[in-house]
Design a protein around this ligand. Structure first.
Ligand SMILES: CSC[C@@H](O)[C@@H](O)C(=O)COP(=O)(O)O
Ligand SMILES: [Zn+2]
Length: 214
């Protein structure tokens, strides 16, 4: 039951449609082993600027409609539920990029290993799969994925991400060391494609550099 404070909050058909997309994305991401043990969080922006986001602490591979909640653009709960502990990392992306409509955060082994093998950033260059990312039309492309130190202080972490983004264009995602990565897109499907592409490219770089290091 919603409390009186939240009783005016109506969830629209669009909310439930986006919630279903996030649930399906979670099932797929979990099938790959990228959100173990309740880790990860997902969101999608609605046309009125509010955001559908995963409730904190839920298993992201077994989400039910009740596990997706509504927040405003500043991250305030609109339905009394507790949003993801990392909500600020989502709202910052939406504020920065008007075209972004979905943000996905997996905790994959490859993102974690990448941050162990590389410091500060990983460069992805000369891969056909880079074309899965927006605005890239050729393998003859070089992108940089920054790696930030993990931090339990999310506002402080968000501020570091913001400072990096202020100074760099064409950021398609970022890794948090010992934690996971964030990526986004113009729809849940687009964000999922970016997630899969980055995950694949991290895997290649790990195999390449991990083997070279032996
Ligand atoms: C299970 S530990 C993972 C959390 O600390 C966090 O990093 C995470 O991704 C999930 O937090 P959540 O609050 O469920 O969105
Ligand atoms: Zn996380």
């Amino acid at each position: 039951m919603q409390s009186a404070k939240y009783s005016m909050t109506s969830k629209t058909d669009e909310f439930f449609r986006k919630a279903e997309q996030l649930i399906a994305a979670g099932r797929f991401i979990d099938s790959k082993g990228w959100v173990p043990a309740t880790s990860g969080n997902f969101s999608a922006r609605l046309s009125d600027g509010n955001i559908a986001i995963t409730v904190s602490g839920r298993h992201k591979g077994r989400l039910e409609p009740d596990d997706i909640m509504l927040i405003d653009s500043r991250g305030q709960s609109l339905d009394g539920k507790k949003p993801s502990a990392e909500t600020l990392l989502h709202t910052s992306i939406y504020q920065r990029f008007p075209q972004v409509q979905a943000v996905l955060h997996p905790h994959s082994v490859n993102a974690t290993l990448t941050a162990r093998l590389f410091q500060h950033e990983i460069v992805l260059e000369d891969y056909e799969l880079l074309k899965a990312l927006p605005g890239i039309a050729t393998h003859e492309t070089r992108i940089v994925v920054p790696i930030f130190a993990n931090d339990q202080d999310i506002p402080r972490l968000a501020a570091r991400v913001e400072a990096y983004m202020d100074a760099h264009d064409d950021v398609h995602g970022y890794i948090i060391a010992g934690h996971g990565f964030y990526t986004w897109g113009a729809s849940v499907d687009d964000a999922l494609r970016h997630l899969e592409a980055l995950e694949f490219l991290f895997d290649i770089e790990i195999r390449l550099h991990g083997v070279t290091r032996l």
